[in-house]
Design a protein around this ligand. Structure first.
Ligand code: SF4
Length: 195
């Protein structure tokens, strides 16, 4: 029996200089120090590590799949890790037609997410009921949960969804760490009957 020969030649190492670095938050720097606000640092970390929960009920969900796939690759924005457990996610992405029967389920999923949490409404159906102006379809998810960003389109292209993610990132980056305990936010939650 002839011995098996392995090719022990080393593979060429591909070095890349295209790694993108996050911009530094505004602050004051000098020799050996950099000072900034806690909100800026927390916002920077949160912004680049969003864990989305895809709540996809129909065709807009297919566009989301394209957004996650290699051509558009949402992982480039730090959102590689999709979660289907609300308790481990901080961005609820609602994509598709939401029937009135489905609305309490959507609200329960939102309630199970820990603060801070954000909501992206993707497409005409989630945002306004879309073409389904019928007795059975919810005419916009903002009737049951607060929405941070709306993405227009029927369906929106992956570029539109990515634009929505960038806008969410912008909101996260600039959010004060105390916003969630502010009277304005508490009032918003009360309007949705959320404790
Ligand atoms: S907005 Fe259009 S593409 Fe998206 S779920 Fe509704 S009908 Fe389908």
């Amino acid at each position: 029996m002839r011995p098996v020969r392995f090719n022990i030649n080393k593979k060429p190492v591909n070095l890349t200089d295209s790694v993108m670095m996050a911009d530094m938050p505004p602050g004051h720097s000098g020799e050996g120090f950099f000072a900034t606000q806690l909100s800026h640092v927390v916002g920077l970390a949160r912004k680049n590590s969003i864990w989305p929960l895809p709540f996809a009920t129909s065709c807009c969900g297919i566009e989301f799949m394209a957004t996650m796939a290699s051509h558009y690759d949402l992982a480039r924005f730090g959102s590689e890790r999709l979660g289907f457990s609300p308790r481990q996610c901080d961005l609820l992405m609602v994509m598709g037609t939401i029937s009135k029967k489905m609305a309490p389920v959507l609200k329960q999923v939102y309630l199970q997410m820990a603060e801070p949490r954000w909501v992206l409404s993707v497409g005409a159906c989630a945002s306004s009921g879309g073409i389904f102006d019928t007795y059975s379809v919810l005419q916009g998810i903002d009737q049951v949960i607060p929405v941070d960003v709306y993405v227009p389109g029927c369906p929106p292209r992956p570029e539109g969804i990515i634009d929505g993610i960038l806008k969410i990132q912008n909101i996260i980056q600039n959010e004060d760490v105390r916003r969630r305990s502010s009277p304005v936010y508490q009032k918003l939650m009360q309007e949705y009957n959320i404790q």
